[in-house]
Write a protein of this length. Sequence first.
Length: 93
Amino acid sequence: MTKTITHEAVEPQQKGSRVLRRAAERGKATPAESDRIVRKPELFGIVGMSDTSVWRMEAAGQFPKRLRLGGSACGWLLSEINEWLAERAAARG
């Protein structure tokens, strides 16, 4: 006999969900969302630059510094990346 497995939608946790809904309604990022860590593959998709370009700009102080997560893992704070992008857009004129 085979069992049928169904996947039910998981409801978000009730604690704090009102705050998250209100922030989403206002179009604002929540602290947990804006300060999450972005790893390299996602970073490259966001900024549209190569690993070497990011490394060179970071070394020159023109890009947010990476966070060492342990071992060879690293990441960047999404809030810092978004701030950097906003500065670049503003400098465009």
